[in-house]
Design a protein around this ligand. Structure first.
Ligand code: PLP
Length: 367
C-alpha cells in the first residue's frame, strides 16, 4: 500500500478519475467511495433528497426496489413506478406519473436491471424527465463500461457504477458522476449523512485525496481496467458486449429455453432465462451440477424470481470464446441432469450469430 495522502496516490486517483470521465462520457466530477454499488445508491438518495420530499423511483426488479427502499428509509415520499418482471420502464408511463405527481423533484431509474436482464431506454426516459425540469439519478452498476452510455448528453445528475462489474476490478469502489445541479441540490438536501456527503468528498477530491481511507488496492485494479478499455476503444467494448449478448441469447434459445426480458430490451451484460426444470429443486440441482461438475457458475433468481429463472453474466473481460465455453458447459449440464438429450445446438447458433446471423458456415476445404 502507499500513503493515500501523498503524491503517488494522487497520481493514481487522477488517472482513474480521468478514465472514468472518458468512459462515462462526462465532464462531471467523479466521486470515488470505498463501498459497493449499494453505497452509491444510498449516496444518491441522501444527497438529492430531504425527508418528506417527493421522488419517483422507477423499478423493474430487485435493484430498483432496493433504491426505492433506501428512499423510504430516509423518509422521502416515494412514488413508485413498477413494471412486471422482464419489462422495461415505458417513458410514457414516466411522463404520466410525473404529470400526476407534479411535486416530484427527482427521478431514480435503473439503467440495466441485473435481476431481470432488462436494459432501459435511458435516452427516452431522460427526455421525459428533463423536459419537466427534474433531476435524474441512474443506477448503472451493471451497465456502465459495457453498454453505450452518454452521461452528459443525457443530462444525468447522479450516475452510480461499481468497480466489480464492467470495470473488471475487485469489488470495493463505487464511482459516482455528479452534475453541478446535483451538487447544488446537495447543498440544500437535509437527509442525514456523513460518509456519503458529496460536498465534503468533493472538497477532498479537489485536493487529490479522499475524505476517508480509500480502497487503494482496488484503485490500482481500476486503473488497469480503465487502461484496458482505453486500449480496446470504448465503441469496440460496446460492440463486443452487444455481440456476446446476442451469441448468448441465440445459444440459450437454440437449447429451447425462454428469455425473461422483453424483446428489444434484452441486456447485453446479463441474460435471465426461464427455468428449464419443472421445480425449484430441479433448477437448484442444475446450477449445483454446473458449478461442481462443469465449473460453470450461474446465478439463480433473486427475491420472487428465486427458483424460476437463472442468470448468465456476460460483462467485463469476456469475449466470443467465453460465450462458446459458457454455452457448451450449460448444454453439457442440461444433458447430465436429464433436462435435455441433444447437444451441439447452442454453440452452432452462437457461431451463426457471431457471423451476423448467417445460419450456415461456409464449407471448409481441407487439403
Ligand atoms: N444495482 C445493480 C443494477 C446491481 O446489479 C447491483 C449488484 O449487482 C447493485 C445495484 C448493488 O451493488 P453491490 O452489490 O455492489 O452493492
Amino acid at each position: 500500500m502507499i500513503n493515500h495522502r501523498g503524491p503517488e496516490f494522487a497520481a493514481v486517483m487522477d488517472d482513474v478519475i480521468g478514465g472514468m470521465r472518458w468512459a462515462l462520457r462526462t465532464d462531471n466530477d467523479i466521486l470515488l467511495y470505498p463501498c459497493s454499488g449499494t453505497g452509491g445508491l444510498e449516496a444518491g438518495v441522501v444527497n438529492l433528497l430531504s425527508p418528506g420530499e417527493q421522488a419517483l423511483f422507477c423499478t423493474m426488479g430487485s435493484f430498483g426496489d432496493r433504491w426505492a427502499t433506501i428512499g423510504v428509509t430516509y423518509g422521502a415520499e416515494v412514488v413508485r413506478l413498477t413494471v412486471p418482471q422482464g419489462e422495461p420502464i415505458d417513458p410514457e408511463d414516466v411522463e404520466r406519473t410525473l404529470a400526476e405527481h407534479p411535486d416530484v423533484t427527482t427521478v431514480f431509474v435503473t439503467h440495466n436491471e441485473t435481476s431481470t436482464g432488462v436494459t432501459n431506454d435511458l435516452a427516452a426516459i431522460s427526455g421525459v424527465v428533463k423536459s419537466r425540469g427534474k433531476l435524474l439519478a441512474v443506477d448503472s452498476v451493471s451497465g456502465a463500461g459495457c453498454l453505450p452510455l452518454q452521461t452528459d448528453e443525457l443530462d444525468i445528475d447522479v450516475l452510480v457504477t461499481g468497480s466489480q462489474k464492467g470495470w473488471m476490478s475487485p469489488p470495493g469502489i463505487a464511482m459516482i458522476a455528479v452534475s453541478a445541479a446535483a451538487f447544488a441540490r446537495a447543498k440544500t438536501a437535509t437527509s442525514p449523512r456523513v460518509y456519503f456527503d458529496f460536498d465534503r468528498e468533493k472538497k477532498y477530491q479537489d485536493k487529490h485525496q479522499t475524505f476517508t481511507t480509500p480502497a487503494v488496492s482496488v484503485m490500482y485494479a481500476l486503473q488497469e481496467g480503465l487502461a484496458m478499455l482505453r486500449e480496446e476503444g470504448l465503441e469496440n467494448v460496446w460492440a463486443r458486449h452487444a455481440r456476446v449478448g446476442r451469441m448468448i441469447r441465440a445459444g440459450v434459445k437454440a437449447m429451447g429455453m425462454k428469455l425473461l426480458a422483453a424483446e428489444g430490451h434484452r441486456s447485453d451484460t446479463v441474460t435471465a432465462v426461464h427455468s428449464p426444470a419443472d421445480s425449484p429443486e430441479a433448477l437448484k440441482s442444475l446450477l449445483t451440477t454446473l458449478r461442481t461438475t462443469h465449473s460453470l457458475v450461474l446465478a439463480g433468481g433473486q427475491d420472487s424470481l428465486q427458483g424460476k429463472i437463472f442468470r448468465i453474466g456476460h460483462l467485463g473481460w469476456i469475449d466470443d470464446a467465453d460465450a462458446y465455453t459458457i454455452l457448451s458447459l450449460l448444454e453439457a449440464g442440461l444433458i447430465s441432469t436429464g433436462l435435455r438429450t441433444r447437444g451441439g445446438l447452442a454453440v452452432a447458433a452462437a457461431q451463426a450469430e457471431a457471423r451476423g446471423g448467417v445460419a450456415q458456415a461456409e464449407p471448409v476445404t481441407v487439403g
